[in-house]
Ligand binder design. Sequence first.
Ligand code: AMP
Ligand code: TRP
Length: 337
Amino acid sequence: MSNRPRIFSGMQPTGSGELHLGNYLGALRNWVELVDQQKYEALFAVVDSHATTVEYDPKQMPHRIFGTALSYLAAGLDPERCSVFIQSDVPEHMELAWYLGTVTAMGDLQRMTQFKEKSDQYKQNVNSGLFTYPVLMAADILVYKATVVPVGDDQVQHLELSREIARRFNARYGQVFPEPKPLLTKTPRIMGIDGKAKMSKSRGNSIDLFDDAKTVEKKLKGAFTDPAKLRLGDAGHPEICNVFTMHTALTDAALVADIDRDCRSGALGCGDCKKRLVQSLNTALDPMRERAAALRAEPARVLDVLRDGAARAREIAQATLVEVRDAMGMRAEAPPR
Ligand code: AMP
Ligand code: TRP
């Protein structure tokens, strides 16, 4: 077993399962870089069990899971250097979640922003799984004793709770878990093209990773920019513009500096700025589109990766659970006579 520090992260298979630009620029891109650095042992799950907290069609779920796994690989995760697997293939996540639930305060769970938002959004189905979602997330991470968790901005609060849960467990049962820290990209929060909320599939405001060039261009044309730049020629404010944020993530630094200057002076209009972003996007997305097409044509490759990934993940997770059960005294032993 490798003794490099571990990283873990995961994404829910929502919509078609395939990911959007927010997922990529906020998290997935970091995963690829971290794996390529080879400093960590890296594990990435498609967190299907988390996705059952809202109503869904069981017939579609396998396609969604496939789509998310395919997105990971198409984005450039090298399965030779990391483990990619399905959360529900490693039942130890569930077992650990139960134990961690017993050291998690109700009050802490009630404070979670994502819980408040989702229980608002799905009023007819505020189930206890939605409530304990962050406990399962803590288990996902701690079962691998991962210390680095590359995620977007919206998961930072959940990570704080994961650390608190690790501390409470260790205080009660002895030192078992390290405290995991979030790792953010320089664009940890991408807004949707409507400019109203963060980019997400369910809000229909996303640019998807495998959108073709035409679709990307069309979507960007309608994208919301700097709200203060009403007329062509007015001074712009790139620091509050989502299109500019995407430039900082995707466009060459020298050109970003030009865009910043020309936006502020009014020399560069939003239409032209968007055209440049289309170019940067196509440069970034073309290789992913190609890899996605190749994987769709050969789905067995994705399934093989998931099978091997789960085997490796299980090995680590089982060892952790042996330690956890031992620390918690979950075994029979005759009392001394
Ligand atoms: P989800 O699709 O909610 O499972 O999110 C998967 C990962 O993508 C998490 O690390 C999120 O923080 C990240 N993410 C999702 N939406 C965005 C966004 N609009 N901007 C930046 N990161 C995001
Ligand atoms: N809650 C995360 C999200 O909605 C997904 C997730 C589940 C996750 N378990 C995780 C992320 C463990 C990082 C680590 O985006």
